[in-house]
Ligand binder design. Structure first.
Ligand code: ADP
Ligand code: MG
Length: 166
């Protein structure tokens, strides 16, 4: 099951992420894939806001993961620089998935074994105009009731002018 959303600006993408983030709970894992500049960090910024955190969000640069303060513990990972899954073993990455953290992962395709942990997988890509971005949000392990609730909440994205394409 998939939903496809088009946004026209970074702020619309943050608004989209906020809607998704409001539906997230402890233990959820969201994989966010797509090329550089596709809007992964912008989307995750919104997701973090949606969980109720107002911590500063940026792509983890030197560390692979960073933690944010908020009502629920958040981990933001960026696997861009990971060339071998062993590097994740070395930093004890699997301990992140303790059922307590919400884990948001950019460049998750660098570690395909993460797929089995995912509640949602988002593919970000460019659209027609320069600032258009397309977000394909796919259900993985997320409970069907929660997926339905998410889709209902995403209906509001139309109101935010982030038109639903499909
Ligand atoms: N619709 C949009 N959604 C998200 N970012 C956009 C959009 N339009 C333009 N941008 C710009 O594209 C860039 C996306 O950066 P970022 O979110 O860091 O991408 P990524 O993490 O995928 O590399 C930012 O400079 C942002 O201002
Ligand atoms: Mg990024």
């Amino acid at each position: 099951m998939k939903v496809k959303i088009l946004t026209h600006s970074r702020s619309e993408t943050i608004a989209l992420g906020t809607i998704v983030g409001r539906e997230l709970y402890r233990g959820d894992v969201v994989l966010v894939n797509g090329a550089l500049g596709a809007g992964k960090t912008a989307l995750i910024t919104g997701m973090v806001r949606g969980t109720g955190s107002d911590d500063y969000v940026s792509s983890p640069t030197y560390a692979i993961t960073q933690h944010y303060e908020g009502p629920m513990p958040l981990v933001h990972a960026d696997l861009y620089r990971v060339t071998h899954p062993r590097e994740l073993d070395d930093i004890g990455f699997e301990e992140t998935f303790d059922g307590m953290n919400i884990v948001l992962i950019e460049w998750a395709e660098r570690a395909t074994e993460l797929e089995r942990l995912a509640g949602l997988v988002v593919r970000c890509s460019s659209g027609g105009a320069q600032d258009d971005r397309i977000f394909d949000i796919e259900r993985r392990g997320l409970d069907i009731d929660r997926w339905v609730a998410l889709c209902a909440a995403l209906g509001d994205a139309v109101v935010l002018d982030a038109g639903v394409v499909v």
